[in-house]
Ligand binder design. Structure first.
Ligand SMILES: NC(=O)c1ccc[n+]([C@@H]2O[C@H](COP(=O)([O-])OP(=O)(O)OC[C@H]3O[C@@H](n4cnc5c(N)ncnc54)[C@H](OP(=O)(O)O)[C@@H]3O)[C@@H](O)[C@H]2O)c1
Length: 246
């Protein structure tokens, strides 16, 4: 049994790799930085359990997903974790950066979900874990496209989980809290932020829920936000959260 993890060179993806490896899974790790993936393989791989596949998922994701389904017959879990944010006034953003966010957070994730959904359908077994965010629950100024992309991820995953209800294929989106990773740095987010949760703690929770379906809100702050998002008007949230997380 093997877990494919995208965005496995840093942050949550790397901790997910460690957790799944510790539970006896073989790994297929994807990220752009080949050197980082080689370092991780050298550090963690004791018995040839880790394969790496360095690539940019914004370029030819369909071809990548198809190649992997042909090359591997032992994948049981696919974790669409790679994701980027872009902080700031959206009209000042470079169009290429915004397009890259959509290509990674939405396009590549959708292509992997459909391609591996069909791969699992043939085996009548498998789990697709899509990494979403507390940001999926509401709009938020100064991270507009990121929040919108995560709304898409949670909505898509939930709908497919209903379509696959009578199968043995599990698909779930995890709405996660802020974590201590390089995400803020990569997203150019520098506002007045509280310390996030440790990604290893989140990775262990995700492992626990790998056979669940639908949407899972992880952590007290996310559960509270979910509750408030059903009570407060959207405008209040979008304004408040945007100023806080800028
Ligand atoms: N950190 C948070 O506060 C937070 C909160 C809620 C949800 N999330 C979600 O959690 C997930 C993981 O985020 P993180 O915090 O671990 O972020 P991170 O530390 O920035 O890691 C992102 C990972 O994605 C990879 N990646 C980026 N662009 C890629 C591309 N074009 N093709 C392939 N891989 C690519 C990066 O590796 P390379 O640079 O080597 O490609 C890296 O391994 C994301 O989906 C994020 O939206 C994060």
């Amino acid at each position: 049994m093997r877990a494919l993890i995208t965005g496995a060179s840093y942050g949550l993806g790397l901790d997910l790799a460690k957790v799944f490896l510790n539970h006896g899974y073989k790994l297929l790790l994807i990220a752009r930085s080949k050197d980082r993936l080689l370092e991780i393989k050298k550090e963690l791989d004791k018995d040839d359990s880790i394969d790496i596949f360095p690539c940019d998922l914004t370029i030819n994701p369909k071809e990548i997903a198809e190649e992997l389904t042909k090359k591997y017959d032992d994948i049981e879990v696919v974790i669409n974790n790679a994701g980027i944010g872009l902080s700031g006034d959206i009209l000042s953003h470079n169009i290429e950066d915004e397009t890259r966010l959509i290509d990674l957070n939405i396009k590549a994730l959708t292509i992997f979900t459909i391609t591996f959904g069909n791969y699992f359908k043939k085996k009548d077994k498998g789990s697709i874990l899509n990494i979403s965010s507390v940001g999926s629950m509401m709009p938020g100024k100064y991270m507009a496209s990121y929040y919108a992309s995560k709304s898409y991820v949670s909505s898509l995953s939930y709908s497919i989980s209903l379509e696959l209800k009578k199968t043995n294929i599990n698909i779930i989106a995890f709405n996660l809290p802020r974590m201590n990773t390089k995400f803020d740095l990569h997203s150019n987010r520098s506002g007045n932020l509280k310390k996030g949760v440790s990604p290893i703690k989140i990775a262990n929770k995700i492992y626990k829920y790998r056979y669940k379906r639908g949407i899972k809100n992880i952590g007290a702050s996310v559960k509270l936000t979910n509750l408030l998002s059903h009570i407060l008007p959207k405008g209040v949230f979008a304004h408040f959260i945007g100023d806080k997380l800028r």
